[in-house]
Every structure is written in C-alpha cells, then in structure tokens.
Design a protein around this ligand. Sequence first.
Ligand code: NAD
Ligand code: ZN
Ligand code: ZN
Length: 346
Amino acid sequence: MKALQYRTIGAAPEVVTVPDPEPGPGQVVLRVSAAGVCHSDIAVMGWSAEDYPYGLPLTLGHEGVGTVAAVGPGVTSLPIGAPVAVYGPWGCGSCVKCAEGRENYCLRAAELGIFPPGLGAPGAMAEYMVVDDPRHLVPIDGMDPVATVPLTDAGLTPYHAVKRSLGTLAPGTTAVVIGTGGLGHVAIQLLRALTSARVVALDVSEDKLELARTVGAHEVVLSDANAAARVMELTGGRGAQGVFDFVGVEPTVRIAAGVASVESDVTIVGVGGAGLPVGFGLLPFEVNVTAPYWGTRSELIEVLELARSGAISVHTETFGLDDAPLAYERLHAGRINGRAVILPNG
Ligand code: NAD
Ligand code: ZN
Ligand code: ZN
C-alpha cells in the first residue's frame, strides 16, 4: 500500500510503498477514508535528531477516519465495513486515568512504549492503518469522513480546553482565541455553541480572520503589537475571562497575559514552546495558566455528537495521498484555511 512517511530528520515527508498491515490479536485494520493534517506534525518534523522521540520511518497522520477492513483474533464487536473515527491518544486501558477515559493522560503509556498513531505508531496517512484496540474507535455512521476526521484532534483538543473553562465563561464574559487555523476555527464554534461569552479572534492573516468571522467570532483583531490593547478596549478595560492560545509563541503568550482578566483561565494549546511565569504581581490575581494535551475518549464522543447536531462544522481542503507533501508545505506557509484532509484511497 501507499503511505506518507517522515523518513529523514529535517527532510520533507515522502509517499512510499510499504507492506499492507495485518491485524494482530485484539487489533483492527481500517481502510482509511480520510486523514487530517495537523500543525503538530510540522513541529515534530522540525525537531533535531536528539529531540525527536519516535522511530523512523514514521507513517504520519494522527487524525484518522476509516472503515473496518479486518479484525484480529479476539475482536468480535466490530462488523467489517463499519465507519469509525480513531481516538488518537492511546493509553494502556487499565490505569486510573485510562479507566476514566482520560487516556491522553495515561500513567503508563511511556513506560509501556505506547504511542499515538502518526506520533510514534504508524498513522492514518496510508491506505490502511492498524488500531491497537476497538476501544479507540467511535462509530460515525452517516457522517461525512472529510468533515469528521479533523474532529479527532482539531475538534477534540479545543473541546477539552473549552470544557475546562465553562464555569468561568459566564454570560457577559469574553473569550479570546489566538490563532484561528485548524484548531482555532473549531474553538470559536465550540465557544459559540457551549457558552454565551463574546468571542474575539486573533490571527496574523486576513484570510484566517475572515474564516473566524464566518464561523462565529463576534470580533476579529489582527495579532500585532497593538492586539492586546485592542482587546482591552473591546472589553472596556476588563480583559478576557478565557484566553485560548493556539500558537504558543512568545508574542502570543504575551498577548494572552496582556488580555487576561482577574480570575481568568489562560490555556496554551499551541506547541510554539513559549510559556508564562506565574507569581505574585506577574499576572492579574488568580489567573490559571495551563497547557493541556488532546482530550478524553468521552469528549471525542461528545464532540462528534455536537457535529452531528450541526452545532460545529470544520472548514476543509482535500488532497490525494500523492499530494500530501504539498498539503504540509501549504500548512507550513500558512496557506491552509481550516484543516487540510488527505484522502488515501482516492
Ligand atoms: P494551523 O497552522 O492550522 O493554525 C495556526 C494559526 O495560527 C494559523 O491560522 C496562523 O495564521 C496563526 N498564527 C501564527 N502566528 C500567529 C500569531 N503570532 N498570532 C496569532 N495567530 C498566529 O495549526 P493547527 O493545526 O490548528 O495547530 C495549532 C497549534 O496547536 C500548533 O502549535 C499545534 O502543534 C498545536 N496542537 C496542540 C495540541 C495539544 O494537544 N496541545 C493538539 C493539536 C495541535
Ligand atoms: Zn494534532
Ligand atoms: Zn493508562
């Protein structure tokens, strides 16, 4: 089968031919319908040989949707042909976090060498992919694979982030979304669907701000040196009760700190590597700063239900598998609006 692999540190990913996978005991092989292109892959492919934590070659793609093609011994619950979405942050299944469905925070994954597909294990940018356990699949009968696949990360990650702050985002509050790309444009919709906060969206690109407005941002602000002042003006000097940074670089965490109100939540989702020091007088009183990772199994089911109800929808651009390297180039250049989705089987 064909697969998109990251093969050499620092080089672009390549489409190669690899053996078709066979399901081992307890495993499921999916015929991949759609695979999402996440900016995290660009961060991964930017790491030096010392920092790179996975094996090579690595089949990319940690957002996957497909149909059940084959099941290994012991799998009885999944009919062949069933359409499913893959829950990516695989855990051990039996520690206390996994028992709660919080496999993104599995206590034993590192020790057991368990990695998400596309981030250590072979991922979804291939004609077929192996899923280690049926519990990592959610049925998506009747849902469009292209519109659904980004929900497994670009939906789930902001859903987890926004859900933590629902208690803070009361009527009359403001939520700020910094970076309105794949994750950010879903975050805006989640904030609109789940809260009555006023949503202010920031980006460096006019195209992205246009999309932000289309998907429900009340206000859009260019993310430049005046951005924090502009947001403070829009909030009558009070600042925002929820700030979601989907970039995570120095300029954006500084904006986040500059617009946070007292007792607000600042959530740094972007893996740009920047952080905020917390201490008396460094930030407004009682600001909670956090950096979450992905989301839980039950949250994936919830975010898929939200999409099924029509409350959120992902803006997508599709590419064939042969053009997947181009999709990464375009994302790197800031030229994908919404989420790029690869169609490995045409
Ligand atoms: P994306 O490229 O689709 O979106 C990023 C957006 O940020 C773009 O619209 C870009 O124009 C904008 N941007 C860049 N610099 C900016 C600035 N200075 N101010 C405001 N906006 C700016 O990327 P994505 O796939 O949505 O991922 C967003 C970030 O989230 C990435 O860092 C990714 O690695 C990270 N991520 C984290 C998790 C997690 O679990 N924590 C999960 C998925 C993705
Ligand atoms: Zn991702
Ligand atoms: Zn676990």
